[in-house]
Design a protein around this ligand. Structure first.
Ligand code: F6R
Length: 261
């Protein structure tokens, strides 16, 4: 794992977008795994800027989102399809038919997970999975106690997640209590993982995920099993990490990062 600490949120966001853009320039047919949430809004804004100003080309890219609420029509402003259209897809030259999210309105809830897994497989697997982290340590909606080998399935959301995300719903109680999410096993199958974590409120949980034991109680800790995972943090989110000096030293001395410094 590579841990990169940036002085502020904007630098962390820009570095994350730069890593995604670099991957896309090297392989225009990239298949991205994407995340939603407040943390990612700046990343998508930066990718849109690169599309407009630097001709970053998404025309052959494919995307699979981590998750989608169950029972929320795609037109609902809180569906993750709406989020992705609003923040990214409507503003770049990606083919909508190449963008995928679980179908939150499917009549076949037990079958949706394997359908989604088959679609990811048919696309050749995920080249790069973008991740955030929830207040309870989740990645995707893999709540505490999710199996570290889990695949895409429907999941009951934890109270902390309902609290974290219900602010977007009016009334807050209308937030769905279940969602489809890629599993930890699905995420770990991605060829590369890039996690972005910002803000003091995430400092405790990210310290547990990076420097604590691997545990299904903090499902983000499973990325310790991945052989190409990068975690990009701002200083506030990194403030509880014990080995900050070591992470800075690795970033300074690893040639791969020369072009990003
Ligand atoms: C959303 C997702 C979640 C979020 C996490 C952080 O697709 O996968 O795991 O990344 O809940 O959300 P924010 O960025 O809103 O704090």
């Amino acid at each position: 794992m590579q841990v990169i600490i940036q002085p502020d949120t904007q630098s962390a966001v820009k570095l994350t977008a730069a890593v995604l853009a670099d991957a896309l320039r090297r392989n225009p047919e990239m298949t991205f795994g994407l995340a939603t949430g407040a943390t990612m809004e700046g990343v998508y804004a930066e990718l849109v800027r690169m599309y407009r100003e630097e001709k970053l080309d998404f025309s052959s890219a494919k995307t699979f989102n981590l998750d989608e609420y169950i029972g929320l029509p795609v037109e609902d402003k809180n569906s993750y399809r709406s989020y992705m259209d609003k923040h990214l897809f409507d503003h770049i030259n990606i083919k909508k038919s190449n963008t995928h999210l679980p179908n939150g309105m499917t009549p076949d809830i037990p079958g949706e997970g394997s359908r989604y897994e088959a679609a990811i497989k048919a696309a050749g697997g995920l080249d790069l999975q973008l991740l955030g982290i929830g207040q309870d340590g989740h990645i995707g909606f893999n709540e505490p106690l999710s199996s570290l080998r889990s695949r895409t399935r429907d999941k009951l959301l934890a109270p902390q997640t309902l609290q974290q995300n219900s602010i977007y719903f009016d009334p807050p109680e209308s937030m769905p209590r279940r969602a489809f999410t890629m599993g930890i096993g699905t995420i770990l199958d991605a060829r590369k993982i890039v996690m972005l974590v910002t803000g003091e409120s995430k400092s405790d949980i990210i310290a547990q995920a990076i420097e604590g034991p691997v545990s299904s109680m903090v499902t983000a800790s499973a990325i310790q099993f991945h052989n190409d995972a990068t975690v990009i943090l701002d200083q506030a989110a990194a403030s509880k990490l014990k080995a900050q000096d070591y992470y800075h030293w690795c970033f300074e001395n690893e040639p791969y990062w020369d072009k990003f410094r």
